[in-house]
Write a protein that binds this ligand. Structure first.
Ligand SMILES: Nc1ncnc2c1ncn2[C@@H]1O[C@H](COP(=O)(O)OP(=O)(O)OP(=O)(O)O)[C@@H](O)[C@H]1O
Length: 338
């Protein structure tokens, strides 16, 4: 997407503030890209601009090498088959069964009856709804409805799947199951996924890269791990703090008072396999430095483990300095707080 701006019409005229203001964004083939932002930031407008459900006021959208913004309606319809979409409230046909909901886009594309049958059966198996194929949406749970939505979105073998707050109406357990399914689909079929959410844990669970959107513009973007560990924009920091959701975690600066003449307080970031290695113990024992862990979290971002600890190092000044160098040598990121 290049230089996308959007101003909504009021009574047939473009007026009011820009919902999107000169946004440029590139999503790589095969990645899971998350867009996070507060309500009204412009997430839906941005997502719906990708398949031109919402036509930008200016700018260009190119998907899989084809510039959608210059296609005729017929050409656009053709290209849209490459782009599946799922929704927060599922948007299923209430009078159609699971099977018929999934078959619908295939019938629109004039697929033969035999092919529809085989394809829908495959999709039903893929999303794990074998026992529910003849039920109506009203007879399904939220998670099952979203599985129907996902199967329907995959019917035409799209290259891209757009997810509009796909888990926001689901409880945490069902959310995780749907996120696992999306990850599975991405890995099995190489489908590029673009999702919008207001929850950092959704980004953390399955996304490779993230863009933070604020007031119609991209506040920051990058690999999830980089943005999460070193957020630059205040809005990003807010999302991360909300996600940590542990009020007992104190800001790093609160530990400054723990430092004495014979100790330093440091913040240590672990990333990747080193997170689970006994590096701290080995290095500090070898240096003859004692330590106390003052605060810490160990978690995972998609499949990358990471940790953040605040540690007080006690010992001779030169030994402590040496141990800091050794920790950095082992691949840990060490920042001296006090
Ligand atoms: N159809 C519309 N007509 C006029 N203004 C609109 C329309 N849709 C969205 N807007 C405005 O555009 C801005 C961005 O809205 P958008 O729905 O893209 O944000 P969002 O980040 O998806 O919010 P939410 O999480 O609440 O859905 C908002 O100020 C909104 O009021």
């Amino acid at each position: 997407m290049e230089h996308i701006s959007k101003q909504y019409d009021a009574r047939g005229k473009a007026s009011g503030p820009l919902a999107l203001d000169d946004v440029s964004l590139t999503v790589a083939d095969g990645e899971i890209f998350g867009i996070i932002g507060h309500s009204g930031a412009g997430k839906s407008t941005l997502l719906r601009s990708i398949n031109l459900l919402e036509r930008p006021t200016s700018g260009t959208v190119t998907v899989d090498g084809v510039e959608l913004t210059k296609l005729t309606q017929g050409g656009l319809q053709q290209q849209r088959r490459k782009i599946g979409m799922i929704f927060q409230h599922f948007n299923l046909l209430s009078s159609a069964t699971v099977f018929d909901n999934i078959a619908f886009p295939l019938q629109l594309a004039h697929t033969t009856k035999e092919k529809v049958q085989a394809k829908v059966d495959d999709l039903i198996r893929l999303v794990g709804l074998e026992e529910h194929r003849d039920k109506y949406p009203a007879q399904l749970s939220g998670g099952q409805k979203q599985r129907v939505g996902i199967a329907r979105a995959l019917a035409n073998d799209p290259k891209v799947l757009l997810c509009d707050e796909a888990t926001s109406a689901l409880d945490p357990q069902t959310t995780n199951a749907i996120l696992d399914l999306l990850l599975d689909i991405n890995r099995k079929f190489g489908i590029t996924i673009v999702l919008i959410t207001h929850e950092m844990h959704v980004i953390q669970a399955i996304c490779d890269r993230v863009a933070v959107i604020h007031a119609g513009a991209i506040a920051e973007q990058g690999k999830v791990i980089d943005v999460f560990l070193k957020p630059e924009h205040p809005v990003t920091r807010e999302f991360i703090l909300e996600e940590r959701n542990d009020a007992e975690l104190q800001p790093w600066a609160a530990f400054k008072t723990q430092a004495t003449e014979h100790s330093r307080v440091v913040k240590i970031n672990y990333l990747g396999d080193v997170t689970y290695a006994p590096v701290l113990h080995q290095v500090l024992t070898a240096a003859g430095v004692g330590f106390a862990i003052l605060q810490g979290t160990i978690s995972r971002m998609k499949d990358v483990p990471y940790g953040q600890l605040v540690v007080r190092l006690d010992g001779e000044k030169t030994a402590v300095e040496q141990s800091l160098l050794s920790l950095r040598d082992k691949g840990l990121e060490v920042e001296v707080i006090a």
